[in-house]
Ligand binder design. Structure first.
Ligand SMILES: Nc1nc2c(ncn2[C@@H]2O[C@H](COP(=O)(O)OP(=O)(O)OP(=O)(O)O)[C@@H](O)[C@H]2O)c(=O)[nH]1
Ligand SMILES: [Mg+2]
Ligand SMILES: [Zn+2]
Length: 289
């Protein structure tokens, strides 16, 4: 039977299967080949009546988010607030890039719609060619739309402190999947151990609340050419770029820069793009020194 790992804890894996959590161990042969398993992994298990079992095999994972590790995410819910804290566009753009790099669909969740007095949400929808969902955890606005988007998927929450991630989870009214057997999770937690993610079941899908992807450095193996792929609003104009693999930076005859001058691309987003491009360049130079 196929289940999903939702937690690993000193040699034990907790596998969620048809509404039940089983305490499982990796089959010896998997350990021998140094197979690692992560939360989010789909695994084949054999289980007994005492809610224990063994993991026979691990399905090939389609992606793996680092720190904290989560496998097989379908979508990253990037939560920002329409009032306070004000939107950190650097974080937003970085999370959009990282999400796409990891082959996970990004969704922008704009919370605190009830306090959006300047129609900021509208502006963001205009400048960001991604799925944007406006919600209010306080009034319940948009929560049904969000719920609908979660059906049958593994979604991961991300976003700065105070934007309302926990509040949104509350208003989604999901079921926390937690091994009741594990006590003293807090006590065992040393200074340097990463806190693990918690999984909630909502609408037959899972949503992971993580202790935050606080490190937003771009991966060292990301190339400058990769970055432009993550800006769908650029791709509309690249057919006017003279060079194949144009970075839309110093090149002459660039369709993206032309569109920028014509006001078809948001200047701030482009500026932050250049900033990340420089960062990738510097990473490379440092590596080859
Ligand atoms: N007006 C308004 N306030 C909200 C809304 N959602 C959350 N808040 C408030 O925003 C504050 C932060 O909410 P949290 O849910 O704790 O934010 P968080 O993203 O989980 O923060 P961390 O756990 O620190 O990462 C709280 O005071 C909430 O009451 C909303 O939709 N509208
Ligand atoms: Mg929280
Ligand atoms: Zn170009």
């Amino acid at each position: 039977m196929l289940g999903r790992i939702i937690k690993g804890d000193s040699g034990f894996y907790y596998v969620y299967l048809k509404g039940i959590l089983y305490e499982c161990k990796l089959r010896g042969k998997l350990k021998l080949i140094h197979k690692k398993a992560y939360p989010g992994d789909i695994v084949e298990v054999e289980v007994d009546d005492n809610f224990k079992g063994s993991i026979e095999s691990i399905k090939e994972r389609k992606n793996l988010l680092p720190r904290p590790a989560i496998a097989n995410s379908d979508q990253l819910l990037i939560v920002m607030s329409l009032s306070f804290p004000v939107i950190d566009y650097n974080v937003l753009d970085r999370l959009l890039v990282l999400s796409q790099w990891h082959k996970i669909e990004p969704i922008i969740i704009l919370n605190k719609k009830d306090e959006d007095l300047v129609e900021l949400g509208k502006k963001i929808k205009k400048n960001y060619p991604f799925l944007v969902i406006e919600v209010s955890a306080t009034t319940g606005y948009g929560i049904d739309v969000l719920k609908n988007q979660l059906k049958g998927k593994l979604s991961v929450l991300a976003g700065p402190s105070g934007v309302g991630k926990s509040s949104i989870l509350n208003s989604l009214d999901g079921k926390l999947i937690r091994p009741t057997g594990i006590l003293g999770d807090k006590l065992k937690r040393g200074k340097h151990t990463t806190r693990t993610s918690e999984f909630y079941e909502v609408e037959g899908g899972l949503i992971a609340d993580t202790p935050g992807f606080s490190r937003l450095d771009l991966p060292i193996d990301m190339e400058m050419e990769n970055l432009t792929e993550y800006y769908p609003e650029f791709n509309k104009y690249t057919h006017d770029c003279f060079f194949n693999g144009c970075l839309h930076y110093r090149e002459k005859k660039c369709g993206v820069k032309k569109a920028l001058l014509e006001g078809k691309i948001n200047q701030d987003r482009y500026d932050r793009y250049l900033y990340m491009l420089e960062e990738i360049k510097e990473n490379k130079e440092r590596r080859y020194k």
